[in-house]
Design a protein around this ligand. Structure first.
Ligand code: COS
Length: 405
């Protein structure tokens, strides 16, 4: 892709900065954190210092003042090196902050966005429940209004930053008779699960945020991939949430969260694209160095064709992803394009990482090379923020809508 099709000089500078940071500071620790599943507080702190946790938000809200394309570039570049760090940027920014930026009151924006955009604390998004995954409208968590507050009860599942985060945007049913129009969203706060680590590194905890009684994180998931990213349950037991913490109008929670997921899908497309391109880079490097039968294995046509297919598909993925980001940035409809980019790139990430492991032969099946981690990290891209099946539903419904049927 011609860099100047979507990128300004500023975008190219952001790309260079993220590449440098990812290769110098993230690459050396990625395998260790994948193995231990420990949250990488130190490098996440560095991401905050570099402005990577608030890229698209205005400077007056503590953000870096860049745009959606710059944000997409950061996720794409980071995922070439470590998908767990890339999902931290994406889940924190789009899922954990953007609903406040877009649907919050001025007071909510001023109170929470600077803390999130600077990386002082981490944010999360509570939509999925044990019984409400693809059927996001099947939310069972309830919010019952009692005077100046709501009382929340329920459980959320698979929540990125569920343990390490302090600010959460969650959905709950306020009017069971109204289906998806009876779902509202709320801002909830709790203490990070590891105050000691947060205090030691100097991010992740803000003592001025109230720890709402009855709100806590539950079981940490032991995952196949994205193992340095923190995924847990969120549990609400008679949590009293002040009315001023409702995000948007009563009943607007479902649509607001669906719009947030449209943006989130551009982020997951970028993350998947980074994994696919990173796997291609690894395969190219290995296959030009590794010799068998007296020549670099890249010279064998069977393997060279695999590399050609990977490169062609990565190129296609770039156009889908940056086109969706460009539409979003210019305020144009992009729901279908975001779902297409997410669908294509997540399935591409799986194909490319599997091929990269194959190119590495036996070595690719060990932890001596990053491609086995990349293959494990790719799988969830076909599941999180809407499965491939859900993307096909979103795309086909939007096509029919455009036809007026
Ligand atoms: N933007 C704005 N509005 C949207 C929307 C979007 N992206 N998607 C749906 N809506 C609106 C619809 O227009 C509809 O409003 P009206 O009744 O006024 O027309 C309302 O929301 C209900 O939509 P719909 O009838 O399509 O809801 P469904 O229950 O059929 O669910 C899908 C739609 C399947 C698309 C939705 O449940 C979904 O995206 N599921 C996947 C959830 C997901 O990605 N989870 C990942 C985990 S969160 S990280």
């Amino acid at each position: 892709m011609d860099d100047h099709l979507y990128f300004s000089e500023q975008h190219l500078a952001v790309r260079e900065m993220v590449q440098e940071f990812a290769r110098a500071e993230v690459a050396p620790i990625a395998a260790r954190h994948d193995e231990s599943q420990e949250f990488p507080w130190e490098t996440v702190k560095r991401m905050g210092e570099l402005g990577l946790l608030g890229i698209p938000w205005p400077e007056e809200l503590g953000g870096a003042g860049f745009d959606t394309i710059a944000y997409t570039i950061a996720i794409h570049e980071m995922a070439k090196v470590c998908a767990s760090h890339a999902i931290t940027i994406s889940a924190h920014t789009t899922l954990g902050t953007s609903p406040i930026v877009h649907f919050g009151t001025p007071a909510q924006r001023e109170r929470y966005v600077p803390l999130l955009a600077s990386g002082a604390v981490l944010g999360g998004f509570g939509l999925t429940e044990p019984g409400a995954g693809s059927d996001a409208g099947g939310t069972r968590t309830t919010a019952v209004r009692k005077g100046d507050h709501y009382v929340l009860n329920g459980t959320k599942r698979f929540i990125t930053h569920g343990g390490v985060g302090e600010i959460f945007l969650v959905t709950a049913v306020t009017d069971p008779a109204r289906g998806t129009k009876g779902i509202s969203s709320f801002i909830l706060t709790k203490e990070t699960c590891d105050v000691a680590a947060a205090t030691r590194v100097g991010i992740g905890h803000d003592a001025s945020l109230p720890a709402m009684p009855g709100f806590r994180s539950g079981k940490k998931e032991d995952k196949l991939g994205w193992r340095a990213s923190d995924t847990r349950e969120l549990i609400f037991e008679d949590v009293e949430v002040p009315v001023e913490n409702r995000l948007g109008a009563e009943g607007a929670g479902f649509v607001n969260f669906m719009q947030t997921l449209d943006a989130g899908r551009v982020g997951v497309a970028a993350l998947s694209l980074g994994l696919a391109e990173g796997a291609l880079e690894q395969a190219l490097k290995y296959s030009t160095e590794r010799k068998q039968f007296g020549q670099p294995i890249a010279h064998f046509q069977g393997l060279a064709f695999q590399l050609a297919d990977m490169a062609t598909e990565v190129e296609a993925g770039k156009h889908l992803t940056y086109h969706a980001a460009w539409l979003a940035q210019h305020g144009k409809p992009y729901r279908k394009e975001a779902a297409m980019a997410k669908l294509y790139c997540s399935e591409l990430a799986m194909r490319c990482t599997i091929k990269a492991v194959q190119v590495h032969g036996g070595y690719g099946y060990t932890k001596d090379y990053p491609v086995e981690r990349m293959m494990r990290d790719a799988k969830v891209c076909e599941i999180g923020e809407g499965t491939s099946e859900i993307q096909r539903i979103v795309i086909s419904r939007q096509m029919l809508r455009e036809l007026g049927t």
